[in-house]
Design a protein around this ligand. Structure first.
Ligand code: AMP
Ligand code: ZN
Length: 112
């Protein structure tokens, strides 16, 4: 989708530090990290939010991708958090579906 920053990253039109690619999914580092490990996992096709994701298979693939990345980043044993902010009350600011993978520190609960 034109004007979508994550579509542009997926198309290689704006720079990002890509850490993993495959199966219509890419992961890259968050530009404003909230934890020692903070990666964003996105489908390469434009989907606005979790509300718009029609394909449960894709959602499963995104989650499996996040789990695999957690292993590769060596945060799986200590623990990590996967977050999908959805729409304004959920804290979503970029309207291209993405999973945050956060780790490398203890996460607080409840979230803010
Ligand atoms: P959310 O608030 O859940 O929509 O998360 C959007 C995330 O995207 C934020 O954590 C931003 O720091 C991150 N972000 C926005 N633009 C970029 C970019 N060009 N490269 C990397 N991360 C970005
Ligand atoms: Zn997009």
């Amino acid at each position: 989708m034109s004007g979508c920053v994550f579509c542009k990253i997926a198309a290689g039109e704006i720079p990002a530090t890509i850490v993993k690619k495959g199966n219509g999914i890419i992961a890259f580092t968050d530009m404003n990290p909230q934890a020692p490990t903070h990666l964003l996992i996105i489908p390469t096709i434009h989907i606005g939010s979790l509300n718009d994701a029609k394909d449960p298979g894709l959602l499963g693939n995104l989650l499996a991708f996040a789990r695999e990345l957690a292993k590769e980043q060596k945060i799986d044993a200590r623990g990590y958090r996967v977050v999908v902010n959805t729409n304004p009350d959920g804290g979503q600011t970029v309207f291209h579906l993405h999973l945050h993978l956060l780790g490398g520190r203890v996460m607080n609960w409840p979230p803010g």
